[in-house]
Design a protein around this ligand. Structure first.
Ligand SMILES: Cc1cc2nc3c(=O)[nH]c(=O)nc-3n(C[C@H](O)[C@H](O)[C@H](O)COP(=O)(O)OP(=O)(O)OC[C@H]3O[C@@H](n4cnc5c(N)ncnc54)[C@H](O)[C@@H]3O)c2cc1C
Length: 503
């Protein structure tokens, strides 16, 4: 007879802790199992992590959130993609826009037709065939609606939000569903001498809290997964050399843009995330190639408006735990590993860990085969995202600093080399079944970073060139017209989800 888990303890109340608590409390009845979350007001949260990707809508649906209320309460805005400035070379920009590019024709992806025409210099920029790309450039936004064949039926979007308000929002949600919150600092953990499983954590106050299953959401420190269980860490700094970020909010100047901007500097890059009440900014850089002081002044010299606080320095080591799930402890969020926010993937990794936890939800026997499979799937996901991030640094023409020379010439993982070589040959992009980024994301970034295929799908040649040109132009015009119809991003927010003003 199997024995079910009766007590879950989540250590940490940042985005990871409260997302986990919210999701578990939505699907688990308190009579089945109690859920407690401990957080320390003294330690606080990392306080960044404000840009997401469209898949977060699945999480919102699981929680059955009212999206307008969620945006209003988090000072949120909408995000249609990421604009990359100065990544390929100085002065160059491209957009990695969410969602479709064109419309597939005769069982071949649209982009292969576009590639042929681009090679003949008879096509416009790739971004002009994507509704998210064009709407971004024109500061427009609306949610998709049933508009038949129109691209307006299919607008992929994500959110920008204030990380502190997001945790608060999810805390309210979780507490309403029975999650017990405790304030306190965990100072030690107790292990079973035979199994090495965690049995309890001890607070500074002297109080001991026991549980069957521990979820470590304690941030970079990995209090349980590393502190108690010494799980170990794979360091990926040689591929992704940035190890610091200065973060600072600044005043909004003008209407919020419906996309994140990433501007490359000489030893890293700067994010710009527009919210309703402010803009979030940060400079991610490599301390091997730039001093902290220089990185700080580059950030302050490149803000749109007046800074609203002193810049904060965050230090990190890119990589992942050797095991995400070890014994009766699962690490979610920064405690499980970290990759810089270039493609806004960390909150997604929290979400997918929660999803995987639902699939592999344990009983008290903690089946080792389940745990191994969980870890295998999580490794795969981390590694695929890592390769996508490396692509941005490696595929560049920049040779204006030691940092870019290092990134351009460094050796890269074999799987990434294969992906690039395949694309260069005939434009084909193969996506492994559960890989997070779609082939269109890979296309936009590979092409955007200057990689040019020599060929394209051979079946494209079934269609006469003039016909392809006519169809491309028709797609471009339909998208242009659809975007004419959309309100501005600011109008959409004002009409649907304007947050309270914060002075
Ligand atoms: C520079 C930077 C930029 C980022 N930008 C993005 C982005 O744009 N998009 C994105 O998806 N992600 C981004 N991330 C990642 C994102 O911020 C995190 O994934 C997310 O905030 C989750 O953090 P967390 O909850 O794991 O950790 P934290 O926010 O650090 O929370 C840790 C929690 O553990 C508690 N705690 C720690 N020690 C103890 C203790 N001893 N006792 C009790 N409680 C304790 C703390 O009080 C806190 O509540 C970024 C990260 C960084 C560093």
């Amino acid at each position: 007879m199997q024995e079910n888990i009766k007590k879950i303890l989540i250590v940490g109340g940042g985005t990871a802790g409260w997302m986990t608590a919210a999701a578990l409390s939505k699907v688990i009845d308190q009579t089945y199992c109690s859920i407690t979350l401990i957080e320390s007001d003294d330690i606080g949260t990392v306080g960044v992590g404000e840009a997401t990707i469209p898949i977060i809508q699945i999480f919102n649906k699981l929680l059955e959130l009212d999206e307008d209320e969620f945006v209003r309460k988090t000072q949120g805005t909408f995000k249609l993609g990421i604009e990359f400035v100065n990544w390929t070379r100085l002065g160059h920009r491209y957009i990695h826009a969410f969602g479709d590019v064109g419309k597939d024709m005769d069982a071949v992806q649209f982009y292969h037709y576009w590639l042929k025409m681009a090679q003949m210099e008879r096509a416009e920029d790739l971004g002009l065939y994507s509704i998210a790309g064009v709407a971004s450039a024109r500061g427009k936004f609306m949610r998709p609606f049933d508009a038949g064949n129109s691209p307006l039926s299919n607008i992929a979007y994500a959110f920008h939000f204030d990380a502190g308000l997001y945790a608060k929002f999810l805390r309210e949600f979780s507490e309403q569903r029975g999650v017990q919150r405790m304030e306190g600092k965990v100072v030690a953990s107790e292990l079973d001498p035979d199994t090495g499983f965690i049995t309890a954590v001890r607070l500074e106050s002297g109080k001991t809290i026991d549980a069957d299953f521990f979820i470590d959401c304690s941030g970079f420190r990995g209090l349980l997964i590393e502190g108690a269980l010494k799980t170990g860490y794979d360091d990926w700094t040689h591929w992704l050399p940035c190890d610091r970020a200065w973060a600072v909010p600044c005043e909004n100047m003008g209407e919020p843009l419906p996309y994140t901007r990433s501007t490359a500097h000489s030893a890293g890059w700067q994010w710009r995330i527009p919210l309703q009440h402010r803009v979030g900014n940060g400079h991610v850089f490599s301390s091997n190639f730039m001093s902290e002081d220089e990185a700080r002044s580059i950030l302050l010299n490149n803000l749109d408006g007046r800074p609203l606080a002193e810049p904060r320095l965050l230090k990190f080591v890119t990589g992942k735990r050797k095991k995400f799930w070890n014994k009766n402890c699962l690490a979610i969020g920064l405690s499980s590993g970290f990759m810089e926010p270039l493609e806004s993937t960390s909150i997604h990794l929290i979400q997918s860990s929660i999803g995987r936890l639902m699939s592999f939800f344990p009983n008290k026997s903690f089946d080792q085969e389940d745990i191994d499979e969980f870890n295998r799937q999580a490794d795969f996901e981390f590694e695929k995202i890592r390769d996508f991030l490396i692509l941005h640094y490696h595929a560049t023409e920049r040779d204006d600093s030691d940092f870019w020379n290092y990134c351009r010439t460094m050796s890269i993982p074999e799987a990434l080399t294969q992906k690039i070589e395949q694309f260069k040959k005939n434009g084909r992009i193969f996506r492994n079944s559960n890989e997070m980024f779609s082939d269109l994301s890979w296309l936009e970034v590979m092409y955007g970073q200057g990689i040019r295929p020599q060929g394209y799908h051979p079946l494209v040649d079934r269609m006469p060139v003039d016909e392809i040109e006519k169809r491309l132009e028709s797609v471009r015009r339909v998208i242009e017209k659809s975007v004419d119809f959309m309100p501005t991003h600011a109008q959409f927010i004002a009409e649907n989800c304007q947050a309270k003003k914060i002075y």
